[in-house]
Design a protein around this ligand. Structure first.
Ligand code: PMP
Length: 430
């Protein structure tokens, strides 16, 4: 009898205990969780506030189905998220992929309600990861996985600004605008009457390691979406709720999306809950139109997930962890930049807040990524693992160029001592 597990890094260990920023096995080995699980455990493991909230929720609620019942925790969570992030409504599902599917379906329904039923396709970018369900995967540029899905809603055809490999490092504004203009070019070739939305990760996560675009790119994308009647979907499954030192990564660019997907940051790894936030425009057109949101999964609005979401918000607010993610992340990035200047295999250290990418390049020619066959990021992750540090590999994102980076994304509350250990282990790994 087998438990199916893709052993991406070649190493596989049974974790028997997790606490704060550490993971332990039964043989007494320990790891610093420098990747917050899969960039999810933003407030560390076994946080007493969340443990108590989950335990309390188990005492007095069991699962109730959303078509007949709501529950106090989900009502409170919805109100808090909408109020804090400036949205009119929310819908809760269980995974990041489901949040993306929900956003796609809501965008399609929005246009149907406005009498434009042909607007169903979604545009996305070649450098992207939106999930592992067929729909979300069909929009993902992550080649090794997307070949399994094929086109369903559309093809990821759009460029993602990638400042490290931009020809002219001085002209970031012009570069960002030129990348965004590709969307306009495509819309002029396609019929915008068939396109419902454009989806992007404001800061690239797993499929490129913390690539931050020029602000003008995101601002221009918003402008193009408005002019061509497209909704803008921000996939903040990885970046949302503090990871980049802001509640939403879109705040870095001063832009508001029409639909926002939240996932990892909302559940912090404790229980599968994810969400989509609706702008008042999208919400009102559906609510005042047919009035029936064609959405749902069996476990939507789960009371334990909702209790976790509320507890995660409590911890982020009470311990000021979004603020900490900003300043501690900035310090960590600065230290890693200094450290990496002596490592000839590092091309760039980048990111925002507690989402830091270290791009690995051929030391004999900094312009070249490592060949894909070397799997440099996977090798680095393996070496780090053996030294007691968990990091997150991102490979193959530069397409035919290869492209390897490792992601350092510890919990926002990683203590100073553990941060020092993490830095030493990154040094040793490189
Ligand atoms: N969107 C983004 C930006 C992600 O990083 C991920 C997960 N890595 C997903 C969607 C999918 O989330 P899940 O694995 O929870 O379905």
């Amino acid at each position: 009898m087998s438990l199916i597990t893709p052993k991406v890094n070649g190493t596989y260990v049974t974790a028997t205990r997790c606490e704060g920023s550490y993971i332990f096995d039964s043989d007494g080995n320990s790891w610093i969780d420098g990747a917050s699980g899969s960039i999810a455990c933003s407030i560390g493991h076994a946080h007493p506030t969340v443990v108590k909230a989950m335990s309390d929720a188990c005492q007095h609620t069991s699962f109730v189905y959303r078509t007949q019942f709501s529950n106090p925790e989900i009502e409170r969570l919805s109100a808090r998220l909408c109020q804090k992030l400036g949205y009119a409504a929310s819908f809760f599902v269980n995974s990041g992929s489901e949040a993306v599917e929900t956003a796609i379906r809501s965008a399609q329904q929005y246009w149907r309600e406005r009498g434009k039923a042909t607007k169903t396709r979604i545009l996305s970018r070649r450098l992207s990861y939106h999930g592992s369900t067929i729909g979300s995967l069909s929009l993902s540029g992550h080649w090794p996985r997307r070949r399994l899905a094929g086109p369903l809603y559309g093809e990821p055809t759009q460029p993602t600004p990638y400042p490290y490999r931009a020809a002219n490092k001085e002209g970031m504004t012009a570069y960002g605008i030129a990348c965004a203009n590709e969307l306009e070019r495509e819309l002029q070739q396609l019929d915008a009457d068939n396109i419902a939305a454009f989806i992007l990760e404001p800061i690239i996560g797993a499929s490129g390691a913390a690539i931050v675009p020029p602000a003008e790119y995101i601002q221009r994308i918003r402008n193009i979406c408005d002019r061509y009647n497209l909704l803008l979907i921000a996939d903040e499954v990885l970046t949302g709720l503090g990871r980049t030192g802001r509640w939403l990564a879109m705040e870095h660019f001063g832009v508001k999306a029409d639909l926002v997907c939240l996932g990892k940051g909302l559940n912090a790894g404790y229980f599968p809950i994810s969400a989509v936030l609706f702008s008042s425009d999208v919400y009102d057109h559906i609510a005042n139109g047919s009035g029936s949101f064609e959405l749902g999964h069996t476990h939507s609005n789960h009371p334990i997930g909702a209790a976790v979401g509320n507890a995660v918000l409590d911890v982020l607010e009470q311990e000021q962890l979004v603020e900490r993610a900003e300043w501690h992340g900035e310090g960590l990035k600065f230290t890693l930049q200094e450290l990496c200047s002596k490592h000839t295999i590092v091309g760039e250290v980048r990111g925002e807040g507690m989402l830091i990418g270290i791009e690995l390049v051929d030391p004999t020619n900094w312009n070249n990524p490592f060949p894909v066959e070397l799997s440099a990021a996977i090798q680095a992750t393996q070496i780090a693992f053996e030294s007691g540090l968990v990091i997150y590999p991102s490979s193959g994102f530069a397409g035919v160029l290869g492209g390897d980076a490792i992601i350092i994304a510890p919990p926002f509350n990683i203590p100073e001592q553990a941060t020092k250990q993490l830095i030493d282990k990154v040094d040793g790994t490189l």
